[in-house]
Ligand binder design. Structure first.
Ligand code: NAD
Length: 427
């Protein structure tokens, strides 16, 4: 099938490359010229394992990029909207980019004959596809639902493992307003071994939020238990390992630590809170999930201060800047509030991340960025571990260059070593 993918960020680029790998012809559309040029040159605009190989294989053949909506629509039968859905200043979902993309798609549809299906892949709060995207496309095209198809197909991939997850999904959800468009969307995934859940758009939208909210809840729950364990001298990892053996609970997402970040969990839980309030429901549990999460970075700095006192003039090393390992994405990284608090307290911050130094430099210019953990640790008064990068596990002699060997681990990454004072955040 001929597909256009609107928005070539993490989801758009990975989906486009993977759909090309599944045999479809894909046109990417973005307003960012540099991303278009990169994709056409076979260079991924973001880092994801396996993405570079796929783009090299398909760019210039069955994968191309453009800023021309008319061209994309004329040359495809399905358009996937995968633009960003950030939070507004109150935490509610900001649908401005989805509206802009829907307006452009509607205008392009006006000049097209033949059936076209619009699929919302972005994470949007329930009712958005029906009450926001559909009316905008109708208004700008002069056509009505039925003349074209509309569906919602949430994305569940994990950053860092996005290509693998796309090709090996544990669920595919297709919410459509009519069978014809739903069948077309489902057919895009032919070749993947996965049951497809068919439903309506608002249920599909809610499945995505319920999914992320539940995972975020598991993490905040583990962090709360972890904070209590820490005060009682109990290792929360020992506790949760046993708890996770209960088949009703399961072992995943029970890792206590510095909290969740990334482009999805924080904003999606906040967006669901906003939607619930809009309809007059006070989501007490979801609000607590966010509150616990926002407290964890402060606990890192509090532990640090409890050991070395004032931070003024002290050199503190932050190991790990990305919101998780295997990505250069720093959106909502827990390292951000930690670094901010360190700087506010007058500390000199030295940092190292295998991939995310350059992205973090855009936020904090005053931080000293290094190209190795050892360089970042030289002369340091303490080290905070913020990201679960594999390479941190094998750090050993690198700590010898510290002035004061104090290590506060926010990710349960390191084992206590000989002459280093090791403090776990919740263990
Ligand atoms: P992103 O910010 O990385 O990418 C969005 C892209 O859209 C950018 O390249 C931007 O230039 C482009 N864009 C902006 N306005 C445009 C317009 N009018 N027309 C065409 N392109 C435009 O976003 P992302 O992380 O890929 O997320 C996209 C959506 O997918 C969000 O709703 C997000 O919540 C959801 N999602 C993300 C992930 C993830 O891991 N990142 C996982 C599942 C779902």
């Amino acid at each position: 099938m001929n597909i256009s993918v609107i928005g070539t960020g993490y989801v758009g680029t990975v989906s486009a490359a993977c759909f090309a790998e599944l045999g479809h012809k894909v046109i990417c559309v973005d307003i960012d010229r540099s991303k278009i040029d990169q994709i056409n040159a076979g260079i991924p605009p973001i880092y994801e394992e396996g993405l570079s190989e796929l783009l090299k294989k398909h760019a210039g053949k069955n994968l191309s990029a453009t800023s021309d909506y008319d061209f994309a629509l004329m040359n495809s039968e399905v358009s996937l909207i995968s633009v960003g859905t950030p939070s507004d200043p109150d935490g509610n979902i900001d649908l401005g980019i989805v509206r802009a993309a829907s307006t452009s798609l509607g205008a392009a549809l006006k000049n097209k004959n033949g059936y076209h299906v619009f699929v919302v892949k972005s994470t949007v709060v329930p009712e958005t596809t029906e009450k926001v995207v559909l009316p905008i496309i109708e208004k700008n095209s002069g056509k009505h639902q039925g003349d074209f198809g509309i569906a919602m197909n949430p994305e569940f991939l994990r950053e860092g493992k996005a290509v693998y997850d796309f090709m090996h999904p544990d669920k595919i959800v297709v919410g459509s307003m009519d069978k014809r468009s739903g069948d077309i969307v489902a057919s895009l995934y032919r070749g993947l071994e996965c049951e497809i859940t068919r439903t309506n758009p608002r249920t599909a939208e809610m499945i995505k939020y319920a999914n992320n909210a539940f995972l975020a809840t598991k993490i905040s729950f583990s962090n709360e238990i972890g904070n209590i364990c820490k005060e009682l001298g109990i290792d929360t990892y020992e506790v949760m390992k046993a708890v996770g053996k209960d088949f009703r609970i399961g072992p995943n997402f029970l890792n206590a630590g510095a909290g969740f970040g990334g482009s999805c969990f924080p904003k999606d839980v906040k967006a669901l809170i906003g939607k619930a309030k809009e309809i007059g429901y006070e989501p007490i549990l979801l609000k607590s999930v966010i509150m616990v999460n926002e407290g964890q970075p402060g606990r890192m700095v509090w532990l640090l201060k409890s050991r070395i006192g004032t931070l003024k003039g002290k050199k503190i090393t932050v190991l790990g800047l990305a919101f998780k390992n295997d990505t250069d994405d720093i959106r909502e990284s827990r390292a951000i509030p930690v670094i901010k608090e360190l700087l506010d307290n007058g500390a000199i911050v030295s940092a190292y991340d295998p991939m995310a130094n350059e992205n973090m430099r855009k936020i904090f210019k005053r931080v000293e960025y290094h190209s190795s953990a050892e360089d970042a640790l030289r002369g340091s008064d303490a080290c905070l571990v913020m990201t679960e990068w594999d390479e941190f596990k094998s750090l050993e002699s690198e700590f010898d260059v510290m002035k004061n060997k104090l290590l506060i681990d926010g990710r349960h990454m390191l084992t206590p070593k000989r002459d280093i004072e090791y403090i776990g955040l919740c263990w």
